[in-house]
Design a protein around this ligand. Structure first.
Ligand SMILES: [Mg+2]
Length: 198
């Protein structure tokens, strides 16, 4: 099966650390339930340019390079690749950060397991990911953002959604919440016919 996998907060532990840095920089106390990559869109009191500059500085200072893996992500990717699945990273990061992304994937030891790493070339991110997912003919998508999960599910591709404070809300039947990578593997085995190889 072709499986699309989000990068930040599915493979890399990112958004809570971005939120913490954002809160510190702008003197606000945004909670995890309100976390998002485009916080300035929701908080007009923070000038957009300042928020953009802050994000650029964060990346220059090594934010994406220093992320930790989400627990069990590496073993899960290895298991899926060994099981014959074709894996694609589909990220909202832009091509500007592609080298940082590829270096990080190599450093944590999972880069060779992916057929491709697709960065975002259009807005909004949910449109980009839904278009890529349907273009690739994916059989499954694994994500942490609610808007992306809903947009991908609209293309009739089932979604596993990592349960996080920032993605709460009602879901269609084709989107299933999961707590962890081991649970994702169990769901994929079930989708694939009780653990049979693809
Ligand atoms: Mg994400």
């Amino acid at each position: 099966m072709k499986i699309g996998i989000d990068l930040d907060d599915v493979l890399a532990d990112s958004l809570p650390h971005y939120l913490q840095a954002f809160n510190g920089r702008f003197g606000v106390e945004i909670q995890l339930a309100d976390a998002a990559w485009r916080l300035a869109d929701r908080f007009p009191q923070i000038p957009r340019q300042e928020a953009d500059d802050f994000f650029s500085e964060l990346i220059t200072d090594g934010f994406f390079s220093s992320r930790s893996l989400i627990p069990h992500a590496k073993e899960a990717v290895e298991t899926l690749a060994d099981g014959g699945h074709d894996l694609y990273i589909i990220t909202g990061r832009t091509p500007r950060d592609e080298q940082i992304t590829m270096d990080w994937l190599a450093r944590v030891g999972v880069r060779s397991h992916f057929e491709a790493v697709v960065h975002r070339t259009c807005d909004p991110v949910e449109r980009h990911k839904a278009d890529v997912a349907s273009g690739l003919g994916l059989g499954l998508f694994i994500e942490d953002e609610l808007a992306v999960a809903l947009a991908v599910a609209d293309t009739a591709i089932p979604v596993l959604l990592f349960d996080r404070p920032w993605n709460q809300g009602p879901l269609p039947d084709t989107v299933r919440r999961i707590e962890s990578w081991p649970e994702a593997l169990a769901q994929i085995a079930a989708l694939n016919g009780n653990g049979a190889h693809p």
